[in-house]
Design a protein around this ligand. Structure first.
Ligand code: ADP
Ligand code: MG
Length: 348
């Protein structure tokens, strides 16, 4: 989504000073967040475990009461509506299908609960399964379907209530890595085809970057940064975002902390006597890992003992050919270089 587009698309969801406190006196799990999610967009709520992602999603779904603030769906205030009256639907981890029911009965389930007669609910469920290219497998039980087919059944089951917004809480996190990558491509494809608004919670920055039009990075119940994956990856505003996104070094300089992408730094032989400056620092190589297209070099500042730390203080991705042309050795003292445009000043 381009923030400079003159025509603002209608917001599907707006959160206004939304707050959730589970216990009086404790720090709120969600602390007064403001957020507008454009209609028809794919939004990912991203952050470490415990930062308040699921609480936010459950409040939007109506599965959790709101302590303070408002939730608007297409300009309707839904803060106090029951879950079924909101126009949202939820898709859960591992799809949570009923194993003993056919795909058709899984999809028709919520209509059955509402007392819709069998012929009508089966017709609607069959239409939806057709829509997600699962019509021919509607009699199968979940155990007789592949992971991808199960995901489509779960999608059809969520869509049967005709939601305006689909809410997904870590839908891919229990899958094996190969299936996870396949399934996220399917989710993105269905979101575009259906033109619905998706709000997808994940703790994986890779998953969020692959899926999102808009990424919302949360920490300790507040929003640290919001923007397109490209904006956030290229301009993290804080040390937290730079470190959480990965692929960045956070460096202390005389003018404050900066972040520089690991692939935007270069290594050069050390120059004895050269002082650290605005675009260079001395460091010692502690680790060298061959990664195929590049070599990942781990470094630390001279005199710092990081022996107890599992990860290197600084990482530099050196293209394979550059490393082959000038190999560096473990323990070697080098100069780290970066250009002024590669450095981003961090807020806090
Ligand atoms: P996330 O989904 O980002 O991992 P959650 O929204 O589940 O985070 O949790 C945010 C915070 O609220 C955590 O500190 C968690 O322990 C707390 N929390 C979540 N659910 C409950 C609950 N039902 N009762 C009390 N505390 C809760
Ligand atoms: Mg969660």
């Amino acid at each position: 989504m381009n923030a400079k587009t003159p025509v603002t698309p209608r917001d599907a969801v707006e959160l206004v000073a939304l707050t959730k406190s589970y216990a009086a006196g404790a720090k709120p799990a969600v602390d007064g967040i403001n957020l507008r999610i454009a209609s028809g967009s794919y939004c990912c709520l991203l952050g470490p475990s415990g930062c308040g992602k699921s609480t936010t999603l459950r409040m939007i779904a109506g599965h959790e009461s709101v302590t303070a603030g408002d939730i608007l769906l297409e300009n309707r205030n839904i803060t106090d509506l029951p879950a079924a009256a909101r126009g949202t639907a939820m898709m859960f981890q591992s799809f949570a299908l009923f194993p003993h029911l056919s795909a058709l009965d899984n999809v028709a389930f919520s209509l059955k609960m509402k007392g819709v007669d069998k012929a009508t609910r089966h017709k609607q469920a069959a239409d939806l399964l057709e829509r997600v290219a699962m019509g021919h497998l509607s009699a199968r039980k979940p155990g007789e379907l592949s992971g991808g087919q199960q995901q489509r059944v779960a999608l059809a089951r969520a869509l049967i209530t005709q939601p305006r917004v689909l809410l997904l809480d870590e839908p891919l996190s229990a899958l094996d890595p190969f299936l996870r990558i396949q399934m996220r491509a399917e989710l993105r494809r269905w979101q575009k085809e259906l033109g619905l608004t998706f709000i997808h919670v994940t703790h994986s920055q890779e998953e969020a970057m692959a899926l999102a039009d808009t990424m919302v990075v949360m920490n300790h119940g507040v929003i640290e940064q919001m923007g397109s994956p490209h904006e956030i990856y290229n301009r993290p505003v804080s040390e937290f975002v730079a470190r959480f996104m990965g692929g960045h070094n956070v460096l202390a300089t005389p003018t404050g902390k900066i972040s520089v992408r690991t692939d935007h730094m270069q290594l050069a032989p050390d120059v004895p006597g050269l002082a650290d400056g605005a675009g260079n620092q001395r460091a010692v190589i502690t680790d060298i890992e061959y990664q195929g297209t590049y070599v990942l070099v781990g470094l630390q500042h001279p005199g710092e003992d990081r022996s107890a730390s599992a990860t290197a203080e600084i990482s530099v991705m050196v293209p394979e050919a550059a490393f082959a042309a000038r190999p560096f050795q473990l323990g070697e003292s080098v100069q780290l270089h970066w250009s002024p445009e590669a450095a981003h000043v961090l807020a806090h």
